[in-house]
Design a protein around this ligand. Structure first.
Ligand SMILES: Cc1cc2nc3c(=O)[nH]c(=O)nc-3n(C[C@H](O)[C@H](O)[C@H](O)COP(=O)(O)OP(=O)(O)OC[C@H]3O[C@@H](n4cnc5c(N)ncnc54)[C@H](O)[C@@H]3O)c2cc1C
Length: 455
């Protein structure tokens, strides 16, 4: 048994909060990057040697297996999520995990600590430092204050405020987040978290309120001063055009130093994704700033106008992979390699096929002497840990092969257990819809646990 020395953790300490109009769900799943069909001759050897999961603490390994079993059992999942939802939506002190010590003792170690960074600065610092010890290049930390969603008709009726307290709270939360990250880390920003009046401006295509502009200036200047980065989340289509316009204004102002201080999120499930990217590339080229792109598939398929989204999952996959490939090879139609705009690419997702293809292409470009845009990979904390570890292991292999190690990040929220309850319900739901991948993950985690126990 060689458990002790593998006890670097994926722990978190606590929780967080929330977002607003958000729900990231995934759907299906691919196999992990880890081979699941070792040939017979290598089985014995693998029992003895550390696997790519050796970075994960035993506590976290066991928690991954238990939660995986719950998420993939329809009975346990249904009752588990019903309990979590009841707690998240209750106003009773009995069901408030911040006030009921017993409830907190049940939720925090098993669920909260798995998905969230921490409830206070000390816990969060500990989580971040453990992740870096595991080999992650950095983190994306999100202050996710949640504001109840409102229909657009209701947003329209809101009166303007001279001083919007929601924006102040949102700014302070993001500044506090910046205080907890290090150079090279990201702070994740969700505009709708700034409250209903900001959501109103987004939905109606208005300019940002001056108070929000001032808040963003403070956040960007602080991030730049400490060497951190800012990424802006993509949300529902009703907000997206305006989010993109505001984000381009920020990139124009802050991405001038051959570096993407600010990144925009592009949703590949949209039929318009490639056209949007083409426009962004033209703007970046003509105006001379660096385009920061965080590429995701898109989380709102359940609530968006379906016609805006590719008809099939395969088309979404093709769109995601082709965007990554065209950026990495600087071969986007209408542009030539020599004067391709400066781009930084962040591939956010848990799809091993896309990750594998993009990383192989990136390495291929480097080996050919090309200069592909820098690429980073990110997964959510508590999800796809096997894929994250596989990427980290590629870095180990890379050292031998003299290739660049992938830059791997974990993305997570922070806040009190109570504040995090809605986020936790969403993570549970997302994991269930990713049941096939979860089964795969549980399989490799069980194999690793057996290896540590010597059988
Ligand atoms: C670090 C990180 C940051 C993220 N940030 C954001 C964000 O800012 N905004 C956002 O919207 N999402 C965000 N997401 C969520 C992301 O968009 C996906 O929902 C999630 O990652 C699952 O997709 P996947 O790429 O991991 O792979 P997969 O699980 O292989 O793909 C699932 C996705 O494919 C698409 N899809 C599924 N079925 C169909 C179908 N029938 N037709 C067409 N398309 C289909 C959907 O987009 C679905 O989410 C983020 C995810 C991560 C890991």
């Amino acid at each position: 048994m060689n458990i002790a020395k593998h006890n670097l953790c994926l722990y978190k300490k606590s929780p967080l909060s929330i977002q607003t109009y958000t729900v990231w769900h995934s759907s299906r799943h691919q196999s992990s990057l880890v081979s699941r069909q070792p040939n017979a001759s290598s089985v014995e050897e693998r029992k003895q040697s550390p696997s790519q999961l050796h970075r994960i603490s035993t506590v976290n390994l066991v928690r991954n297996i238990i939660l995986g079993k719950v998420f993939t059992s329809p009975f346990l999942f249904k009752h588990g999520v019903a309990c979590l939802s009841k707690i998240a939506n209750s106003r009773s002190a009995m069901l408030d995990p911040d006030r009921n010590a017993l409830l907190r003792a049940l939720i925090k170690p098993m669920i909260y600590d798995h998905f969230c960074a921490g409830t206070n600065k000390l816990e969060i610092k500990k989580t971040l430092s453990y992740l870096k010890t595991m080999g992650f290049k950095g983190v994306i930390l999100i202050y996710s204050r949640e504001i109840p969603a409102m229909p657009v008709e209701q947003l329209r009726e809101l009166e303007p405020l001279a001083q919007d307290e929601d924006i102040d709270i949102w700014r302070d939360g993001n500044v506090k987040t910046l205080d907890m990250v290090e150079p090279g880390d990201y702070v994740g920003i969700k505009f709708t978290g700034a409250g209903p009046r900001v959501a109103q401006a987004l939905a109606l295509g208005r300019d940002p309120p001056q108070q929000l502009l001032d808040a963003m200036a403070v956040i960007c200047e602080r991030a730049a001063a400490q060497g951190s980065r800012v990424w802006i989340d993509a949300e529902q289509q009703v907000f997206e055009n305006t989010i993109a316009r505001w984000t381009v204004d920020m990139m124009r102002r802050h991405n001038t130093n051959n570096q993407a201080l600010v990144s925009l999120t592009l949703q590949a499930y949209l039929k318009s994704a490639r056209k949007t990217l083409e426009n962004l590339l033209h703007q970046a080229y003509h105006e001379g700033w660096t385009l920061g792109i965080k590429l995701v598939r898109g989380a709102y398929i359940g609530s968006e106008t379906r016609a805006l989204i590719h008809d099939t999952k395969t088309q979404t996959d093709e769109c995601y992979n082709s965007i990554a490939a065209d950026l990495l090879t600087k071969s986007f139609p209408g542009f030539n390699k020599q004067d391709f705009p400066r781009v930084e690419l962040f591939l956010a997702g848990h799809n091993s096929d896309s990750i594998r293809k993009a990383y192989a292409l990136y390495q291929g470009q480097l080996q050919k002497g090309e200069t592909p845009p820098p690429i980073k990979f990110g997964q959510l904390l508590g999800m796809a840990d096997d894929i994250s570890c596989e990427l980290l292991a590629m870095g180990d292999d890379g050292a031998e092969k003299k290739t660049a190690a992938p830059m791997v990040y974990k993305c997570m929220n922070w806040g009190s257990v109570r504040e995090c309850m809605h986020y936790l319900v969403r993570r549970a739901t997302e994991n269930q819809s990713a049941a096939q991948r979860m089964q795969s993950t549980v399989g490799v985690m069980q194999k690793e646990l057996r290896r540590r126990m010597g059988f």
